[in-house]
Ligand binder design. Structure first.
Ligand SMILES: [Zn+2]
Length: 331
């Protein structure tokens, strides 16, 4: 069984059928056993004890009464409280604290004290900074909470008529409040293909200007309307490097809520080898031999992409011969 990619959570019960059960949802918001995942301006609440791994901070419902203020129904219809799912029989909600200027001060007491956490050790952090070091299940929960709040923050108005929308289905749909329009808007995630192009013993990697020094990675790009995933892989590789690819094999996918993507990972077999870099997209692209990659230690001249990325996963699996794609699975 393949290890899941970072930020995915196969065992997580989303309990989608409960979302329309408003009575049950409102009861769960008030339930002392329920837990809330705070999100503040795209950041997640974490605790970092000296020398330890960062941990997600979730708050008990009793401890956030002061923060919640208005009724649960109001919070729900504003999309400030979103039902995420059930873990070990406890309902989990995302809680948007973005309207508060200094949420940590509000949380200092009594919320954090009631949750048994020292305020001094917690902070709001960008998941991209702590993601590779955080427990995988917690990272997936924080990613989901962040992704849902990002979507809500960008869909307060109807895209058709411009009227304000309200949150329904425990935060998994927003409906236009103009009765003549009544359009439903659903959370979205934008598909992007990400692919390791190989020609046997070499892999094609590129770097863009905003990468950390020395970092090279797989190529990637957004899927366009009217395009298959395989076509998107071939087009992106051709546009960015001039390389033509033949067979394309699916590997795995990864939620990447930075801010709202699903990364679809592939291996692609190169048919040509001469690179023509599109300097609008990339700063450099090169072929790297497997043996060289296996013997190289990361430094400022060359380093592999971050540990929590599917890019790293595609590269490592290829380097170590762990490639399992739709082809090798016999489909
Ligand atoms: Zn509308």
């Amino acid at each position: 069984m393949r290890t899941p990619n970072f930020y995915s959570h196969p065992g997580f019960e989303r309990a989608g059928l409960r979302r329309r059960d408003t009575g049950w949802i409102v009861e769960r918001v008030a339930d002392p056993g329920s837990l809330f995942v705070p999100v503040w301006r795209n950041q997640n609440l974490v605790i970092e004890l000296q020398g330890g791994e960062p941990r997600a901070v979730v708050l008990e419902s009793g401890s956030i009464t002061a923060v919640l203020g208005t009724s649960a129904e109001q919070r729900l219809s504003a999309g400030e409280v979103v039902f995420l799912g059930v873990i070990e029989e406890r309902a989990h909600f995302a809680l948007d604290l973005s309207p508060i200027e200094a949420p940590l001060e509000m949380l200092h007491s009594p919320a954090l004290a009631a949750s048994g956490i020292e305020a001094a050790t917690v902070r709001f952090a960008d998941l991209r900074q702590v993601g590779p070091r955080i427990d995988r299940r917690e990272g997936a929960l924080l990613a989901l909470a962040r992704a849902m709040m990002f979507w809500h923050s960008r869909h307060r108005f109807c895209g058709l008529c411009g009227t304000p929308t309200r949150s329904e289905e425990a935060g998994h749909m927003r409906r236009c409040t103009n009765p003549d329009c009544n359009t439903m808007h659903f959370p979205r995630t934008d598909p992007a293909v990400i692919m390791l192009v190989t020609d046997g013993e070499r892999a094609l990697m590129g770097r863009s200007k905003n990468f950390v020094p020395g970092m090279y990675s797989t190529l990637a790009g957004f899927v366009e309307p009217g395009e298959s995933l395989e076509d998107a892989v071939a087009r992106e590789v051709r546009e960015e490097t001039g390389i033509e690819v033949g067979a394309v094999h699916y590997h795995s996918s990864q939620p990447w809520p930075f801010p709202a993507n699903i990364m679809l990972g592939f291996y692609a077999e190169a048919l040509t080898s001469e690179i023509t870099v599109d300097y609008g997209e990339l700063e450099d692209a090169r072929w790297y031999g497997r043996d060289w990659l296996l013997s190289h230690v990361d430094d400022d001249s060359f380093r592999l992409p971050r540990l929590d990325s599917i890019a790293r996963r595609l590269i490592e699996d290829w380097l170590h011969g762990r490639i399992e794609t739709d082809r090798t699975r016999g489909r």
